[in-house]
Design a protein around this ligand. Sequence first.
Ligand SMILES: [Zn+2]
Length: 76
Amino acid sequence: MVVYYRCRQCLKEMGKVSSAKATQYNLGFDALTEEEQAEMISADQDGHVHVELLCEHCHQMTANNPDLHAQTNWYH
Ligand SMILES: [Zn+2]
């Protein structure tokens, strides 16, 4: 199983973690609500997991521009 991380706004690849032991629980996802998990985490048909986060750049952008924060779905 491979866990892919991607920025949800600019879609930049942020890395991946390959581990047979990787589960959402030892990756810290259990700190999220179920709703947040459903929003951020999806599994593809091969069983790999895709996690959508904010990269540093986009995080900075939203921090500097609170108005943009409401627009979390630019690419949808
Ligand atoms: Zn980004």
